[in-house]
Design a protein around this ligand. Structure first.
Ligand SMILES: [Zn+2]
Ligand SMILES: [Zn+2]
Length: 376
């Protein structure tokens, strides 16, 4: 199916996870509401992120249900609302918090929903936003102004994760931070910290990403293979950074070495294979605080308000904005390091096949796949 082939009435286009390493743009029956508390979203745009790349590794670096429609960073309009859908109505423009926690497992009851044992993540374990239409719980939707470009609104999900990390540290204006990694996440950290008056050193081996960091106001950018990151930090502030952010997932040791006594380390990037040799006494003796941060539903409202405020300069983050039928190109560009962030323009590439009669075709069937886990 290509962009030039119109979908038949009662069908939608969807980028489907075919199994290890493979995606395919398919024609699917128009989805029905998955529950009475769901809404159908007519998707405008949907981001592709590192998690999607991990899913598409062979063997997979992140689990996903084969047959599922990918995409968990979506923005769109409510096209249909179930009788028990609350908080949003037909016509609302919304972004979606994709990690649906259960509310009843032990971590949820302990106020740690990011460790929910029964996550059903949109775009990972249930159908996601790389499609013309997707059914999501109304409670996962957050209204967003129509004035925000769709490609920027699609950043709400990764931004909510970044804010979930930043709220643990609560940095102050005038402080110095070092950020490891200038992919989309590292750049979002830079944008938020910079907007808050924090001066940032960004360590990143890829030239294009360092350039994006420079455009976004980094105080200094460093290629860690060619220069001493700690020297760049101490040039800004003797003794080291107030905060070190690891947006890579393997830079714990460097981060500890780069913060000042009493400084803070935020571990955000994910690499389940990374092992760091840390001198534990270095943390004890210098009274360093180490935070881990994963995903956070509670920071979605702040992420939306922050995007709407226009305070963040985000254009350099989105290197690729491509039509839905170029999903594979977007994945390839991200894999090669040639892209920073890829967002797919879903609504712009073709009209939505919105024949209500299509609903009788029923829900497609990748369900019954019992896996859970969050994504960001
Ligand atoms: Zn739970
Ligand atoms: Zn993501």
């Amino acid at each position: 199916l290509t962009d030039t082939q119109a979908t038949r009435p009662g069908t939608i286009r969807a980028v489907v996870f075919q199994g290890p390493g493979r995606i395919l743009l398919c024609e699917r029956p128009r989805p029905a509401l998955a529950s009475a508390a769901d809404v159908l979203i007519a998707v405008e745009a949907c981001g592709i992120c590192g998690t999607d790349l991990h899913i598409l590794e062979d063997p997979p670096g992140h689990p996903a249900a084969p047959g599922v429609v990918l995409g968990h960073e979506l923005v769109g309009h409510v096209a249909e609302a179930g009788p028990e859908a609350r908080g949003v109505t037909v016509g609302d423009r919304v972004v979606v918090a994709p990690n649906i926690s259960c509310g009843s497992c032990a971590p949820c009851k302990q106020g740690a929903p990011s460790a929910c044992q029964n996550f059903s993540t949109v775009g990972i374990f249930r159908d996601g936003g790389l499609a013309d239409l997707v059914s999501v719980p109304a409670r996962a939707c957050h209204r967003v102004t129509g004035a925000l470009p769709a490609r920027v609104a699609a950043l709400a999900e990764p931004l909510s994760c970044v804010l979930n990390g930043i709220r643990r540290v609560r940095p102050m204006p005038g402080e110095v931070a070092v950020i490891h990694g200038a992919g989309a996440i590292g750049l979002l950290f830079l944008a938020v910290l910079g907007a808050g008056g924090v001066r940032c050193v960004v360590a990143e081996p890829v030239t294009q990403r360092r350039e994006a960091a420079r455009l976004m106001g980094a105080a200094a950018t460093v290629d860690p293979a060619a220069a001493d990151v700690r020297a760049a930090v101490t040039a800004l502030q003797p003794g080291g950074a107030d905060l070190a952010v690891d947006a890579v997932g393997s830079q714990f040791g460097a981060a500890v070495a780069e913060v000042r006594p009493g400084g803070e380390v935020l571990l955000f990037g994910m690499n389940s294979r990374a092992r760091s040799a840390i001198a534990q006494n270095d943390i004890t003796r210098r009274e360093i605080t180490v935070h881990g941060a994963y995903v956070g539903e509670a920071t979605f409202p702040a992420a939306v308000r922050l995007l709407e405020s226009g305070l963040l300069r985000l254009d350099p983050v989105i290197s690729h904005y491509l039509p839905l039928d170029r999903a594979q190109d977007a994945v390839d560009a991200l894999r090669s390091g040639g892209a920073v962030k890829a967002v797919l323009d879903v609504a712009g590439s073709a009209a939505i096949a919105g024949d209500p009669g299509g609903r009788s075709l029923g829900r497609r069937g990748a369900s019954g796949f019992e896996q859970t886990g969050a994504s960001r």
